[in-house]
Design a protein around this ligand. Structure first.
Ligand code: C5P
Length: 222
């Protein structure tokens, strides 16, 4: 029997990254940050000066991605072609470029097996947009994590401020809404809950509350 998977999908800024990392740590499971693979593909494309709509070239970049994830106690560092790309992949520009390359079917196809390879004993927490609908359709538990766009903008604003970046709340809200629209309207693997997903709105929940709810749900599923 294959290792169990907890699939956590939802729009950007709903807290998936933080929640997935904490749940994986609590369970002692592996973690897949699938968004990082799309971000790395975008960053590699920019590095090699490829246009973000050259589908065959971008699919080759995705297939040949030279990436190493190095987990230490609290964070995971990522090396792209041997260079630390941990912070470089987190900028709004790379996020925006990622959602463009993620709309290309050949890119998604090229990353499919690489994502499935993360499924190893004792289990995997998979964070993304299509974990429950495409990549791990047989996941033990599928969660669709949401929060209002305003709340997500507020959280990102706080996060950026802690990192010393001064961004306007209204422009963050606009970027979040534009990214949501692109992720939901694309024709391949659009962002939508799996039919068997449990919806969890985190707008009024704290991070520990969400982590508790998810581990309880997983225990119930056995
Ligand atoms: O989650 P994160 O913001 O890092 O993802 C960056 C972009 O990658 C998303 O906006 C989305 O377009 C794309 N993505 C995707 N499928 C996934 C994960 C991310 O299309 N499973």
């Amino acid at each position: 029997r294959e290792a169990p998977v907890l699939a956590i999908d939802g729009p950007g800024g709903a807290g998936k990254g933080t929640i997935s990392r904490l749940v994986a740590a609590r369970l002692g499971w592996h973690l897949l940050d699938s968004g990082a693979l799309y971000r790395l593909t975008a960053l590699a494309a920019v590095k090699h000066e490829l246009p973000l709509d050259d589908e065959p070239a971008l699919a080759r970049v995705a297939a040949d991605l030279d990436v190493v994830f190095v987990a230490d106690n609290t964070t995971t560092r990522v090396l792209l072609e041997g260079e630390d790309a941990t912070t470089a992949i987190r900028t709004e520009q790379v996020g925006d470029a990622a959602s463009r390359v993620a709309a290309l079917p050949a890119v998604r196809q090229a990353l499919l097996q690489r994502q499935r390879d993360f499924r190893q004993a004792p289990g995997l927490v998979a964070d993304g947009r299509d974990m429950g609908t495409v990549v791990f359709t047989d996941a033990s538990l599928k969660i669709f994590l949401t929060a209002s766009a305003e709340e997500r903008a507020r959280r990102r604003h706080l996060q950026l401020r802690e990192a010393g970046v001064d961004a306007s709340l209204s422009s963050l809200l606009k970027e979040i809404q534009a990214r949501d629209a692109r992720d939901m309207q694309r024709s391949v693997a659009p962002l939508k809950p799996a039919i068997d997903a449990i919806m969890l709105d985190t707008t009024r929940l704290t991070i520990p509350e969400v982590v508790d709810q998810l581990t309880e749900l997983l225990t119930e599923r056995g």
